[in-house]
Ligand binder design. Sequence first.
Ligand SMILES: Nc1nc2c(ncn2[C@@H]2O[C@H](COP(=O)(O)OP(=O)(O)OP(=O)(O)O)[C@@H](O)[C@H]2O)c(=O)[nH]1
Ligand SMILES: [Mg+2]
Length: 300
Amino acid sequence: MSANSGPRSGYVAIVGRPNVGKSTLLNALVGQKISIVSAKPHTTRHSILGVLNASDDQAVFVDTPGHARRSKRAMHRLMARAFLHAVEDCDLVLIVIDAKGATAADRKLFELLNDRDARAIVVLNKIDRLRAKSRLLPLLEELGRYPFLVLVPVSATKGDNLDRLTAAILEHLPHGPPLFPKDMATDRNAEFRAAETIREKLFEQLHQEIPYGLTVEIEHLSKGGDGRWLMHALIWIERDGHKPIVIGKDGRVLRSVGSAARTELSAMLGGKVHLELWVKVREHWSDNERELRRLGFDSP
Ligand SMILES: Nc1nc2c(ncn2[C@@H]2O[C@H](COP(=O)(O)OP(=O)(O)OP(=O)(O)O)[C@@H](O)[C@H]2O)c(=O)[nH]1
Ligand SMILES: [Mg+2]
């Protein structure tokens, strides 16, 4: 039985097209780097929880992979399923769109959520890139046709209007006790977050199709007596021909990925990190459900 007063809590799915800033928004709302971000679409592959505590209220955000065209690949099927599960199991949906305007794919998503009677807040992100606020008006008018709860323009990178968004989110959550302990910021363990951090650096450094054909697995993580962490990470790629590109001339790419990742991993784990990166080939890993499960993709 749910109470009708007292603290509020609930699951809030963050959905939208690839690259609109869902993960950036999650990190900004929670005030901590939980989910990796890149300038390339399809960065997020898993649903990831980030918990926001505001006095006794609690919003549990679920970052999702960008909602995109159907694809036959097993990894994309699992990514699409992560999106649907998040929408089905949540109390509230945040639909993130680019403040520059709605696309056909955004409209499809509006219809899909509308058909499911989802309680939704629309977040118009990246307002820092608009030359004038008045440019939002046609979009606000178009969105006014849908029965969404509220429309909130924000800039996730600059932090503009996030307090208004947080207030609107909490206001629309059901009454109930917190779902997670107050000191728990995410459901993902150190190995998962470390693998994601390394993948983020690879996404930043590599171009074209290369980042999409790789994944990272932490093979070993331990803390030595001297307080230093020892980490072995495997970078799985699908084609032997990609190996020299991922490693770089004289190992340059891998070294720079390693050094960028190490800085973040040290902050995350608390202490120095000795990181070893190995590039390995496993053909078709992204189309093999068993392999995907082994690599931490959610079970179908
Ligand atoms: N100018 C500007 N850029 C932003 C803002 N929010 C996010 N970005 C940028 O947009 C790009 C995509 O951000 P992500 O958070 O990875 O986007 P996403 O929606 O999670 O993308 P997928 O995981 O691929 O679906 C990154 O380069 C971010 O820095 C914003 O408010 N303003
Ligand atoms: Mg993302």
